[in-house]
Every structure is written in C-alpha cells, then in structure tokens.
Write a protein that binds this ligand. Structure first.
Ligand SMILES: [Zn+2]
Length: 316
C-alpha cells in the first residue's frame, strides 16, 4: 500500500488510472481502490449503520473521503454495489434485504451529496463483473455469475460488459420456479417475493437447510449438512445429492437461454467443492445440446468480488 501511495503522489494528474468501489452490505460497508491492472491500492471497511438511511449515506461519504485523503486524490466517479436493484421506473432501490434502502433514490441522493458521478449495481452483478474482468472468468466472453448464499442472485456479462436489462433484473434467475420439478417438488414453499417454488427457496442456504429438515427431521445449516455428508452421514449425503441435482437443473435452464462459456459460483455455498465436479455431470441431461462446453468454476476473489466489481463499474 505504501508503494501505491508513493505512486499516487506522482500521478495525481491521472486519477482515471484508479477506480474507487464501495460495497454496501447489510453488515459492513467496504471501500477499495484498484489500479487498471486490478491491484488493490486501498481498502477500508466500517459497520453499516443498522436501519438508518441518512447515517448510511454519511458512512459512504466518510469512506470516500478516507480513501481520497490516504491517496491524495479526488475521485470524480464512484461505483457502488448493493443488494437490491434500482427501479428503472422510479429510480428507487427495490428488492433489497437491507430494507431501509428500499424505496430510497440511493443513486440520486449519493450523487447530490457527493457531487460525483455514481454508478450503482446489484451485488450479484458486481460479483459477475469482477470475476469476468480479472477473476476466474477473465478468459471468457460470456459469463453467468451466480451467488448462492443467504439468497440467490445472478449477473450476466457479455464481452466484458454487464448486461443490465430493460428492467434492471438481467440474470435474476433465483425467482424463476425450479425447472423440471419432480412430483414431490411441486408442493412448494412460498418465497418472500410472493410467488412459490422459486429457485431461491431450494438453492439458498436456508432453502438447503429447510429441505434437509423436511427429509430428515434434523435442523442443520448448509455448512453442517455438507460437513456431515463428507463424513459419510447418509441423510446429509442424500440432501446434498438433491441440492446438486436442483442446481444442475437451475443452471441448465440458464444455459439454454444465455449459453455462457463460463458459470462462476459465489456466496457461502460455493465453498462446497463437490459442486464443480458433480453438477456438470448432471446438467447435460437438461441442456438442449449434444455437447456442453460451458464450464462451472470457483470464484477467484470470493467475498472481495463485491467491492472489486463495484470499482470495475467505471472500467474503460
Ligand atoms: Zn421468489
């Protein structure tokens, strides 16, 4: 970081060489500065003020000033990643699990408060953009980035650029119904979005946990089920097998539409290493092609992809 700082002092006239990203999460807000090569030059995080919109804006402003003071630079552009989507109708945040953001014109408020150009994108989009730019999908022209964690999200990248979509929801596969359902999957759980049988209700961590409890009577979280399956516990292995089959179907559905070269998994459940070998063995049953070249890959940056992708929102 010191080397970077020296570098900045001599390059003040070229601020566009550097990109500032903010990851606004439910529990923390993180800032990062990358250079054009993707090297991390500055990073700092603070706790998210819980349920307080105005204090959240203040915290973001403070982080930006902190980065600028440390690097002796002013950033005219700031990329921000956050849960939820910017409504293309009202300009307000929708679908965010940080509920104090919902209904707020976050981009507008930040650009006024900060007098800077703000680009705002969904956290799953930032994940996809990060991995497609200099992560484990940097060699691919078409990428589907998938978050499987407390919820399910997704983002699409084509030729290095995010596909945002007419409604701002491109890649949001989690609220389609689970495809090719078996008869026992038709009696589905209601999702927070108001529909039932959503992919998210099966493939999120809580969804995996709920399915295991329904079959075994035991309440375990996703990491525990995975651990016990690896230790040879039969009911956990069966739950894991069902999860793998459902993930294969959910991804096959996307491959049939977008046909990406690479799918990258992120979020807590992407740590289940068996997914990368087992899911591609199954998905070809559901894909409309005699030969499937799409590759399923691990993330390179993991949790750091949110803030990195936010910075890359202003990549040239
Ligand atoms: Zn839903």
């Amino acid at each position: 970081v010191l080397d970077c700082k020296q570098h900045f002092l001599f390059n003040k006239h070229m601020p566009n060489e550097y990109l500032l990203g903010i990851d606004l999460g439910g529990s923390k807000i993180e800032a990062a500065v990358l250079n054009q090569q993707g090297e991390l030059c500055f990073s700092h995080r603070v706790a998210t003020p819980q349920g307080q919109y105005a204090a959240t804006l203040d915290a973001i402003a403070e982080l930006i000033h902190c980065a600028e003071d440390a690097l002796h630079l002013r950033f005219d552009q700031v990329g921000i990643g956050t849960p939820g989507t910017l409504s293309s109708v009202t300009g307000a945040i929708k679908n965010s699990n940080s509920v104090c953001l919902n209904g707020q014109p976050l981009r507008e408020d930040l650009s006024q408060k900060l007098a800077r150009e703000i680009r705002l994108s969904n956290d799953a989009n930032c994940f996809a953009l990060s991995e497609a730019t200099d992560g484990n999908a940097a060699d691919a022209r078409s990428v589907f980035g998938v978050i499987i964690g407390t919820g399910t999200g997704g983002g699409l990248v084509s030729n290095g650029q995010l596909i945002t979509g007419a409604n701002g929801i491109a890649g949001e596969w989690g609220h389609n119904p689970l495809p090719w359902p078996s008869p026992d999957e038709l009696d589905a759980t209601t999702c927070y979005c108001g529909r039932s049988g959503c992919i998210e209700t099966w493939l999120s961590g809580p969804g995996f946990s709920r399915d295991h409890e329904q079959h075994s009577g035991k309440l375990l979280d996703a990491a525990e089920i995975y651990q016990l399956a690896n230790n040879g516990e039969a009911s956990c292995q069966q739950s894991l097998d069902r999860y793998i089959d459902r993930l294969a179907r959910g991804l096959a559905h996307v491959i049939n539409i977008f046909d990406p070269q690479v799918i990258i998994l992120g979020g807590g459940l992407s740590n289940m290493q068996c997914l990368y070998t087992e899911v591609p063995k199954i998905w070809s049953r559901y894909i409309f092609s005699d030969n499937v070249l799409t590759e399923l890959r691990r993330p390179k940056f993991g949790d750091a992809s949110g803030v990195r992708g936010a910075a890359w929102l202003f990549k040239p």
